[in-house]
Design a protein around this ligand. Sequence first.
Ligand code: ATP
Length: 454
Amino acid sequence: HCKEYGFIFQSSEIYDGLGAVYDYGQYGAELKRNIREYWWRSMTQMHDNIVGIDAAIFMHPTVWKASGHVDNFSDPMIDNKDSKKRYRVDHLIEGFAETLEKEKGDALLQQMDALLAANDFAGLKQLIDDNKMKCAVSGTCNWTDVRQFNLMFSTEMGSVADDANVVYLRPETAQGIFVNFLNVQKSGRMKIPFGIAQTGKAFRNEIVARGFIFRMREFEQMEMQFFVRPGTQKEWYEKWKETRMKWHLSLGISPDHYRFHDHVKLAHYADAACDIEYDFPMGFKEVEGIHSRTDFDLKQHQQFSGKKLTYFDTEINQHYIPYVIETSIGLDRAVMMILSEAYEEQDLSTAEKQDSRVVLKLPAMLAPFKLAVLPLLKKDGLPEIARELMDQCRPHFRCFYEEKDTIGKRYRRMDAIGTPFCVTIDHQTKEDGTVTIRYRDEMTQERIPLSSVK
Ligand code: ATP
């Protein structure tokens, strides 16, 4: 559906595509932009104490040393020598554990967790060998050693290619916020608690990249870092969990399609963390992460840059490095969530005839087009009236104009891209100045004055 109706295409499709990279087509780009705008407005416009920035994708390479990404942003991998297929070690072992009896499987996973926590790669290899785990492609147990594989993309900046010029494509947008913490705080005279939001591209060389736009190598994040007084982080963490869940529910998505997943194994910098999971067609999966990141990032940047990153709190007369609550949602995962929720195949058959439709029940505020203006015929002055209506409405919201094909076919095309309202101009319009408005979800129609359409 996404391809057929101009929402999402495989990148470089005529060259057989590029793995886990996708392009947004004419309707997908509008939908994605509307979700981004809605997030941006709800974060910035609706909060006195949150501002938005737009940091560059390239950053000083030391940023990624300080953040821990150069040393830690990696997954242990193993290659099968016969098929040349590369596996994430945890995925391989988990897959194998699923084929065992529950008790044996659980015991194996426990062993794996302990080895992963200890970074014991030889032990992991041993576990794979001892259990004779096979590659799904070659069917053999001919494995390489377990190696760390960093997920960051790197390139060179400037004309000389040496180590000193290596720059990374950012794997998250958050660091652009941390390094600008003082710039924003000072220039905006921000008082704690306050937040900095940003949306933008992030890049990860995901090894197991699948699930359509769920896991991509180039994707977009919408992140907000909220800076708070040390000691108040628990309270703010709870507040942001609640606020973010409310945002999700405001999209009209049913509460039983969401759940929180609290992290048991916390990252070294976090003192609390959870995911908001949505019930995708392939099951509950993370769309958004909410993390209490302590003062880890600012402290690291203070140490690596040698610049003071403290805040003076006039209320308590103290200098401190603020604590941070992060909310981080993937825009592409949000698009996939919205599409999964909206997509419906309906059987409209009656005793007389077979009929069906595919409809995207998108919230009107997110729909690529809000209104379709459809003259019933291409003559008798109907297109002129329709054009006038277009001119009236298009400065205010995105409108679609079409005069080809039967009206039924035109309605179906609008259903398939989620246009909530269609207006038809017919001969009666000329007589009494009314038009037919059709509602996408109920497919009901009524006549309303032309002058009230906008
Ligand atoms: P996962 O466990 O699925 O790899 P993560 O925990 O690494 O995700 P974070 O680093 O917390 O993800 O990133 C925040 C958000 O960015 C995620 O909730 C997700 O929506 C989005 N995101 C992360 N990686 C990708 C990706 N490869 N493709 C699309 N979106 C992603």
